[in-house]
Design a binder for this molecule. Structure first.
Ligand code: ZN
Length: 205
């Protein structure tokens, strides 16, 4: 997967937030760590492009080992349970590792990956384990990426954050200007229009 990691991180963070809301009062922080985790394995590209000098594909680095992320993922709920302060950072650690693990699985859908590394250094080719009816479709992997992106866009559009981003709230305008926004000059309510007509003087004949 190339373009769908960040949207996938958004989807998982959004869906899991409902389950972990009691441990993560600040939703933005939870979402942020989930989305950072969704691209964290690809931070190894910095090494690949510099010190690594393109010699070994970055999917062979430990940062792309599914088992590495799985171990972190197993440890993070333990921290959440043991933390007596019920701090948000434990929920952030969980969503970060969950998204990191998901990244390695999504990469495996279309390319070689080291499923059992560091214990067994054997490459597995993900598409070989998928239904042939799917992999025969031209550009099927990009189609999957598009579905992930569309799913994330759908979740964002129906979220309160998107409404807030599109429509500025009156309270926020007041905070920004220090003044209460002026009320609309004309009313659109039918009852108000009827009242207005009663107050108008009769037409001089
Ligand atoms: Zn990757």
């Amino acid at each position: 997967m190339h373009f769908g990691h960040l949207p996938a991180g958004y989807i998982t963070s959004k869906l899991l937030y409902g389950k972990l809301e009691h441990r993560a009062p600040v939703q933005r922080e939870f979402m942020l760590w989930g989305m950072v985790g969704s691209v964290a394995p690809d931070f190894d590209l910095l090494y690949y492009f510099t010190i690594g000098q393109f010699k070994l594909h970055h999917h062979n680095y430990f940062t792309h080992y599914p088992l590495f992320w799985l171990m972190l993922l197993i440890a993070s709920p333990g921290w959440m349970i043991l933390d007596r302060n019920r701090a948000q950072r434990t929920a952030s650690a969980f969503i970060f590792t969950f998204s990191g693990f998901l990244h390695t699985i999504l990469d495996a859908f279309s390319e070689n990956f080291l499923l059992l590394a560091p214990f067994i250094n054997k490459q597995f080719y993900g598409p070989a384990y998928l239904p042939k009816a799917l992999t025969r479709i031209p550009f099927w992997n990009y189609g999957l990426e598009l579905l992930v992106i569309l799913w994330a866009a759908y979740l964002w559009l129906k979220s309160p954050e998107s409404t807030a981003a599109i429509q500025e709230k009156p309270d926020e305008r007041k905070a920004a200007t220090g003044r209460v926004p002026a009320a609309p000059k004309t009313s659109t309510r039918i009852s108000d229009r009827v009242d207005l007509r009663k107050k108008m003087p009769a037409n001089p004949a």
